[in-house]
Design a protein around this ligand. Structure first.
Ligand code: SF4
Length: 328
């Protein structure tokens, strides 16, 4: 059983928390419901915070000379300045956070898919999609954190990557607070295989930084380490890198495994490659061997349990090997 640091997450308040949507409803999200007991939650509804009641007339993004305006079509009121002022003061006042889960398609909170129009009237043309006012500011300031919308988190691959990043960043936040080079070393040792699966080149750079830790003052050590850690976590791990990590791990006890066990594992790797089983089946098999052969190094590796088991979906029946790039 690994020790996890409780992450701090900002969540759009209308997702599972309060019925503060323009229509007086809230949004259901199994992921957010599952996550709430495990995180320090900061909820926010920017539209309510700028004084709009619930229910309220809907807002929309209207493009004026390539600038975004936040307009309430029914009243014709422009909330752009009020929203910008709230967003800046709210983000300025945040404590250190590890991630955001924001409501998709909202002109305020979306991170990708808020509709933009050429005008406020019903027939006005759609001018594309992009982040909303709050979502855009979050991406500008915190692109290095774990950020997703509740719709995308229904995909098990996206959810798994989000949670892995969230818990890794929370752990490193704790290391930063400790200001201890030994903690940086321990963090690196425990996350070596995870980082290898994410980005082997950055994992090696991080290894060199840690190896020279006695030549650094602690502030420089943490700053340099964090820079490359964020770079390593920028993209979700490739299927092939995960398979390499699993194969290398099997190598640790291949002499002790029976031919049938090895064959079963290799067949399971093929099943993972074909998208028939999820990664958690393979990490589960590996973990049973780690426990059986008591390999302390591998047992310490976050790769085999990057976030609490309670957050793993039992219906996680698709894998990274479905060939899609969800983070493009
Ligand atoms: S999407 Fe954002 S602004 Fe809209 S109700 Fe939810 S939290 Fe409030």
């Amino acid at each position: 059983m690994r020790d996890f640091v409780t992450p701090t997450v900002v969540v759009s308040r209308c997702i599972e928390i309060e019925p503060c949507r323009y229509n007086g409803l809230k949004i259901a999200s199994d992921v957010v419901k599952q996550l709430i007991p495990h995180v320090n939650l900061i909820s926010v509804c920017p539209e309510v915070e700028i004084g709009l009641g619930t229910p309220r007339d809907a807002l929309r993004i209207v493009m004026k000379e390539d600038k975004m305006k936040l307009i309430q079509p029914k009243t014709g009121l422009d909330f752009t300045e009020k929203m910008d002022a709230f967003v800046n003061s709210f983000l300025d006042s945040l404590p250190e956070v590890d991630g955001f889960i924001l409501k998709g398609r909202s002109p305020t909170s979306a991170i990708k898919d808020a509709k933009r129009y050429s005008g406020p009237n019903p027939g006005d043309a759609l001018r594309g999609k992009g982040p909303g006012f709050f979502g855009m500011a979050v991406l500008e300031r915190f692109s290095h954190l774990a950020i997703e919308d509740e719709g995308r988190l229904r995909n098990p691959n996206i959810k798994s990557n989000f949670l892995t990043k969230l818990y890794t960043l929370a752990k490193f936040r704790d290391v930063k607070r400790s200001k201890s080079s030994k903690d940086v070393l321990n963090f690196h040792s425990e996350n070596k295989l995870l980082l290898k699966a994410y980005n082997e080149k950055e994992m090696r750079i991080l290894g060199r930084i840690v190896a020279k830790r006695d030549q650094y003052n602690i502030v420089k050590l943490i700053t340099d380490y964090e820079k490359h850690l964020l770079q390593a976590l920028k993209r979700a791990p490739r299927c092939g890198s995960q398979i390499n990590v699993l194969m290398n791990s099997m190598g640790y006890f291949s002499k002790s495994l029976s031919g049938e066990e090895k064959e079963f594992f290799l067949k399971s790797l093929d099943d993972y490659k074909s998208g028939v089983i999820p990664l958690s089946v393979l990490t589960g098999i590996s973990t049973s061997w780690l426990l059986r052969f008591k390999d302390d190094y591998l047992l310490s590796q976050s790769f085999f349990e990057p976030y609490p088991k309670e957050l793993v979906d039992i219906d996680l029946m698709i894998s990274y090997c479905d060939g899609k790039d969800y983070w493009k």
